[in-house]
Write a protein that binds this ligand. Sequence first.
Ligand code: NAD
Length: 261
Amino acid sequence: MGRLAGKRAIVTGAASGIGRASARIFAREGASVVAVDRAEDGLAETIAMISDAGGTAMAVSADVGDEDAVAGFINTCVESYGGLDVIYANAGVSGGRVPVAEQTVDMWQDILRVNLIGPFLCIKHSAPIMAAAGKGSIVCTASVAALRANAGGPPYAASKAGVVSLVQTMCNEFFASGVRINAICPGLIETGMTKPTFDRARSRGTEGKIGQLNPTRRNGVPEEIANMALFLASDEASYVNGQSIAVDGGLTSTHPFVPKG
Ligand SMILES: NC(=O)c1ccc[n+]([C@@H]2O[C@H](COP(=O)([O-])OP(=O)(O)OC[C@H]3O[C@@H](n4cnc5c(N)ncnc54)[C@H](O)[C@@H]3O)[C@@H](O)[C@H]2O)c1
């Protein structure tokens, strides 16, 4: 039996990268999945991959920073699948690296809206449904950028630090409800978001340096984050609550150092 057999799950950012891998793995493990993204073509590809593998999934095109849209896709899951057990609030934007003097309030608001308000809205509209059922798991994607500098620009890092705080405070808002709320802090993962970094390194012939600062000495792949999301979504994580777990090859375990060889 699958590790999510019988569960009804929503995954946001499911058109690409970590979200796509998670939607596929959740479906493989028996969940009925609502795959959410604003990129409709990528979303259709994800649904086709899941269907071809014999899984159950439906697509909802939505902006995770829009409250009505979030309430809408949560309602779609409840109406279509008869309930909601898991939501993975994963959609995010990086905003790139912009010098501080050129950062605008609009830019900060755009990044915070998707990366922090998005998970807030997912929690706001899903946790009461889960609490009424006495069980549920909410997973958010934060980042190693939440924990230390130099893994993203200031608005991105601040948005992700906000997610770390959000899962701590929200799991206490839903104290004794049966709802668990956790986050994952990925390190460098090859996805749509990081494609420019990988493309640049490959064009310069420096791809061997990717991931050189973590003790696993490589970048991660989306499935390695999806596997943590699967664990946190499943009943195997029944005593894990309010945590932000780094899945980063050990990057955040180290002080700065000069890599050997
Ligand atoms: N790739 C990494 O190295 C890395 C590291 C740490 C954290 N993360 C986080 O992982 C999450 C997934 O990113 P990824 O790396 O898979 O990138 P990705 O670009 O491949 O996927 C992100 C998806 O989110 C969707 N999205 C963006 N804004 C949206 C919105 N407003 N509404 C709906 N969908 C929206 C995009 O269309 C895209 O499909 C993000 O939260 C990102 O910040 C990524």
